[in-house]
Design a protein around this ligand. Structure first.
Ligand code: HAM
Length: 422
């Protein structure tokens, strides 16, 4: 029979890796809470329209990368979320969450984009996203940058650079668009097929092209940052000033436009050189128009998201390591009547704060000991007939040369806890 496999670009996260994910998720929860952000959980499936209207019809994501289908039971057009911002804004509008106070939220979970898979780029990948809604002004954007910088520090990540840009207001972009179209039209024969199509539909997207042949045309193009209104210039300057107060270095990159249409004014990307071509680990910006675009009232908003696979790959390359969580004890038993004590002891251990694997599946004493060793537990705890008659447990250290001891229950937990906590 044919062996079934996972879908290309969608990975299993196996037990030897998942401990890092759990440890990372724990760090994220504490980090988000320390900045006063609360968790928001939205469905993985949304109506296709939500993403088309948010991300923009003429973007790589919407044109080429969405997992979209019609529900054959009721004909609804659905899409596996390619990102989290659209859903977060939809939820905030739907539940009127900004009615009495601004919202600071975060989320983690899988996202889906039908991209060409390679190292650091997957079709199911995972993001941590942070969104603030109902807060105007650039101090909140600076707070988001500070959150990123704190997290990199906490994870021991080094040499991560920050690129920032301003996309101005929609009016600024309209003026810029005219200059851009004029420039690109004059160089029409240097444009690739995608760009020629976008020249009339969404010329700004041409600046986001990853085609190497397009890079020299893009570099020579007019820069949006030179078309900013006074208001947008002020927002951008204030943002950079607050970064400066917080001693955060950044480089203004006038070609940074982001791949989603909902942004205005401040946009940014955190990058590393250490991950090859997939070096953007985190990105975001302001999206003040998005709420209205999907039917809500105007809500000033901004946020960012990071790719968990990329961050964890970087953690692997850097100093800090997440440690594997092995059980404290592996409990084995053999002999008449020992199973009753073994089951009872295992449950008592757990209630007393000792993590414990109870051997299952039978086998000789020797094979059970082998399992205890490979479980990674610090101690084997043995219930044999002798222990049964003495009313004790034999505690055998597995990771040190210390001798085993047969002791009463209370002494056994003290031994195990002392070793763990020392
Ligand atoms: P994005 O730039 O599309 O922005 O994605 C954010 C991050 O997700 C990227 O910088 C990258 O680390 C990771 N990422 C994206 N695609 C993949 C992939 N195929 N495989 C692995 N990692 C990937 C957004 O998604 C916006 N929603 C960010 C945002 C939040 N803006 C405002 N709020």
């Amino acid at each position: 029979m044919e062996k079934l496999k996972a879908i290309r670009g969608m990975n299993d996260i196996l037990p030897d890796e998942s401990f890092k994910w759990e440890a990372f998720e724990h760090v994220i929860r504490e980090w988000a809470a320390s900045f006063g952000y609360k968790n928001l959980r939205t469905p993985i499936l949304e109506s296709t329209n939500l993403f088309v209207r948010s991300i923009g019809e003429v973007t790589d994501i919407v044109e080429k990368e969405m997992y979209s289908f019609s529900d054959r039971l009721n004909g609804e057009e659905l899409t596996l979320r390619p990102e989290g911002t659209a859903s977060a804004v939809r939820a905030v509008i739907e539940h009127n969450l900004t009615y009495s106070a601004p919202q600071r939220v975060y989320y983690m979970g899988p996202m889906f984009r039908h991209e060409r898979p390679q190292k650091g780029r997957y079709r199911q990948f995972h993001q941590v996203g942070v969104e603030s809604m109902g807060i105007p002004g650039s101090d909140i954007d600076a707070e988001h940058i500070l959150m990123g910088a704190s997290l990199w520090r906490e994870l021991g990540l080094e040499e991560i650079s920050l690129e920032v840009n301003s996309l101005g207001s929609s009016e600024d972009r309209a003026t810029f668009k005219e200059a851009l179209v004029e420039y690109l039209t004059a160089r029409r024969d240097e444009l690739d097929e995608d760009s020629i199509r976008r020249l009339t539909k969404n010329p700004l997207r041409i600046l986001d092209s990853k085609n190497p042949d397009m890079q020299s045309v893009i570099e020579g193009a007019p820069k949006l940052i030179n078309f900013l209104s006074d208001k947008s210039q002020k927002i951008f300057d204030e943002f950079k000033r607050v970064l400066d107060i917080n001693r955060i270095d950044c480089r203004v990159n006038p070609t940074l436009v982001r791949g989603l249409d909902y942004y205005n004014d401040i946009v940014y990307e955190w990058k590393t050189e250490k991950l090859g071509s997939q070096g953007t680990i985190c990105a975001g910006g302001r999206y003040d128009g998005l709420s209205e675009q999907i039917g809500g009232k105007a809500i000033p908003a901004c946020g960012f998201a990071m790719g968990i696979e990329r961050i964890l790959a970087l953690v692997d390359l850097n100093s800090r390591r997440f440690s594997v969580k092995s059980p404290d004890a592996y409990l084995i038993y053999s002999g008449q009547g020992t199973d009753v004590i073994a089951w009872e002891t295992a449950q008592r251990f757990r209630a007393d704060g000792i993590s414990c694997v109870l051997h299952c599946g039978g086998g000789s004493f020797k094979s059970q000991m082998k399992r205890a060793d490979s479980s990674g537990a610090n101690f084997a705890v043995i219930v044999g007939e002798e222990e049964l008659s003495q009313g004790g447990l034999t505690v055998k250290p597995l990771r040190t040369g210390d001798l085993q001891q047969t002791v009463k229950y209370d002494a056994a937990i003290a031994l195990i806890k002392d070793a763990r906590d020392s």
